[in-house]
Design a protein around this ligand. Structure first.
Ligand SMILES: [Fe+2]
Length: 177
């Protein structure tokens, strides 16, 4: 079943925002995609928070917690934006796993692999955010553009910092070898 099939029912018959229903559909679809991606990303972060071990334990255990707490808040905001647009957010774990373009991570044992995986997840999420902003632009949906645009800049900044951390790890490896 496609995301569109999940969202084809409006939660209200009152058009209190004044959007045309057909203009919004792409954006709602993309927001649901973003919601699915964020859920899998969130669980990947919890996985890494629990399974991190070694020299970078204290740094990354805490960093992963900060990131998943941030993701948790954004998940709620995305779902409530979909409701504000009078549609249903997808809500089942099975649907998240089916629709997400962020892949569920296996249990990893290296900190470098964990950070690389998060960077890859960010890239997927950022791609979905750009698509969402594009469709919201076509519908004149400034509320979604504003919300997702804020998330996007924040995630890009987090990606820069994780990439910087990764470069240090690579340096260490090359100096040691
Ligand atoms: Fe914890």
């Amino acid at each position: 079943m496609k995301i569109q099939d999940k969202i084809n029912q409006s939660v209200s018959t009152i058009n209190y925002l004044g959007y045309s229903e057909s203009d919004l559909l792409d954006t709602v679809n993309n927001l649901n995609q973003l919601l699915a991606n964020y859920h899998v990303y969130y669980q990947n972060l919890r996985n890494f928070h629990w399974n991190i071990a070694g020299r970078s334990f204290f740094d990354l255990h805490e960093k992963f917690e900060l990131l998943y707490n941030d993701a948790r808040e954004k998940i709620d905001e995305i779902a409530e934006r979909i409701l504000t647009l009078r549609h249903h957010p997808i809500s089942r774990l099975t649907d998240y796993l089916n629709f997400s373009t962020v892949k569920e991570s296996k249990i990893l044992h290296s900190d470098t692999e964990m950070v690389s995986t998060i960077l890859k997840d960010h890239k997927e999420i950022i791609t979905t955010m750009r698509t969402t902003i594009e469709s919201a632009g076509k519908a004149g949906d400034e509320g979604t553009i504003d919300m997702v645009g804020g998330f996007l800049a924040n995630l890009e900044k987090q990606s820069w910092m994780l990439d910087a951390w990764l470069q240090n790890q690579d340096d260490k490896v090359s100096k040691e070898s």
